[in-house]
Ligand binder design. Structure first.
Ligand code: FDA
Length: 397
């Protein structure tokens, strides 16, 4: 058997959180080894934000995260803010653009963020071993012994940063959950988050027929509401409005879509009925919605789209207005982990110290990033959690 190589910290997962932690931990004087089974590091950073990496959000606050303990993320987020990451980028000559609701994107694209993380790790001589499988972890005499395809390695600190289950074809695995269970941690049931909804039957066909149409809506489910764009697709509903609500959605639940958030259809149609009585309902709705959506909306209520406004009763106008204010519809499901941007749920925060991310069950074991039951909204929040939780664990004594 090969002798075990010894480090201060072993990080499993060379993704966003793992690479950030390697550099931060190394800066605190530790000898760090990073292991990853993938051929290339930080692949999710590479594909994030359409290749521009939405690396943080200026509106970062704990209430933008889902967790069974809504307070858990506060400490880490307060001690490593979006401005800390922006300063790091500035030191590497990277700039950013704010796009929408505090979302910051890297002007030099996501590859530049990966380079920065790798440069930072290299500057503290952190060793990164890719294409390396982890087969077992043992805790003996205050050390973690990690069995890998490249032989055993050991350290006094083991930091699990293997992320969640989304996009299995990119190498996502449940290793962090398995190690957590091994050391007595509970796992909050996981499900796909920030993921498109699927619809079947007649509604599914109607959505497919207008695939590619986008419109601003207010989408609500389980008390959460988002004013964002909705995109109709061949499989159902996508776009930020659908993705945001998907993280709060449970199978069988209905969504409510408000198609008009700025104006009221009752007023608009009553006025149009007086001023343009010969206009068809379908044409009048085209002033408010994209043409293909206008036809779909008219077809979903018991009035004919070809009806002239003059013939439309006040009751029919009221019904149509009520429908556009609160369209209630139940998805068949979601596209699942295959396309989900994140995993909701994960390692229960009950077993973790919120200041350090250290296990409360065993000393020297840490969980950071997406594997923890802390899931951000769409818009850079998940990377901010990766950086902040990595930092919290690096500051631990
Ligand atoms: P991450 O997934 O980054 O890294 C985990 C690492 O562990 C990977 O390198 C993996 O190979 C490795 N690993 C897994 N299992 C292993 C095993 N068994 N053995 C060894 N290594 C293993 N967020 C955001 O804030 N802004 C954005 O713009 C986007 N955009 C986006 C687009 C798409 C398409 C996706 C899928 C996701 C996003 N996200 C996002 C979410 C974001 O990418 C995600 O939350 C973070 O990458 C999580 O960082 P972690 O380091 O925890 O996991």
């Amino acid at each position: 058997m090969q002798p075990s190589q010894t480090y201060d910290t072993i990080v499993v997962g060379a993704g966003a959180a793992g690479l950030a932690h390697a550099a931060m931990s190394g800066r605190n004087g530790r000898r760090v080894l990073v292991l990853d089974h993938a051929k290339r590091p930080a692949e999710k950073v590479r594909i994030s934000g359409g290749g521009r990496c939405n690396f943080t959000n200026l509106e970062t606050r704990a209430d933008r995260f889902l967790s069974q303990n809504p307070h858990f993320a506060k400490s880490a987020l307060a001690r490593y803010t979006p401005w800390d990451f922006i300063s790091l980028m500035a030191a590497h000559g990277l700039t950013y653009t704010e796009k929408h609701k505090g979302q910051l994107f890297c002007d030099q694209k996501s590859g530049a963020i990966i380079h920065m993380l790798l440069d930072e790790a290299a500057s503290v001589h952190a060793e990164i071993r890719l294409s390396t499988e982890v087969s077992a972890v043992h805790h003996r005499g205050g050390h973690y012994e990690v069995e890998t395809s490249g032989g055993p390695v050991q350290a006094t600190r083991l930091v699990m940063a293997t992320g969640g289950l989304s996009i299995p074809k990119m190498g996502a695995s449940g290793l962090a959950y398995d190690i957590a269970r091994q050391f007595g941690h509970d796992i909050v049931e996981t499900r796909a988050g920030l993921v498109p909804f699927t619809f079947s039957g007649e509604l599914g066909e109607k959505f497919a027929a207008i695939s590619g149409v986008a419109t601003p809506v207010r989408a609500s489910v389980s008390g959460a509401s988002f004013d964002e764009d909705l995109l109709f697709t061949h499989r159902g509903l996508s776009g930020p409005a659908a993705l945001q609500t998907s993280s709060y959605w449970q199978p069988g639940q209905a969504l409510t879509l408000s198609l008009l958030t700025e104006s009221d259809l009752t007023e608009t149609l009553r006025t149009a009925k007086q001023t343009r009585p010969k206009q068809t309902l379908a044409k009048a709705l085209e002033d408010l919605f994209p043409a293909r959506l206008a036809a779909l909306v008219a077809g979903l209520v018991p009035v004919s789209a070809d009806m002239r406004l003059a013939d439309l009763s006040h009751a029919a106008i009221d019904d149509l207005a009520a429908f556009t204010r609160a369209w209630t519809l139940t998805p068949m499901g979601t596209e699942g982990y295959r396309t989900a941007e994140v995993t909701v749920g994960g390692i229960s925060t009950d077993g973790l110290d919120q200041r350090t991310m250290e296990s409360r069950h065993v000393r020297g074991l840490y969980f950071i990033g997406e594997c923890v039951d802390v899931t951000g909204w769409l818009g850079g929040y998940n990377f901010q959690w990766a950086w902040a939780s990595a930092h919290a664990a690096a500051q631990a004594e």
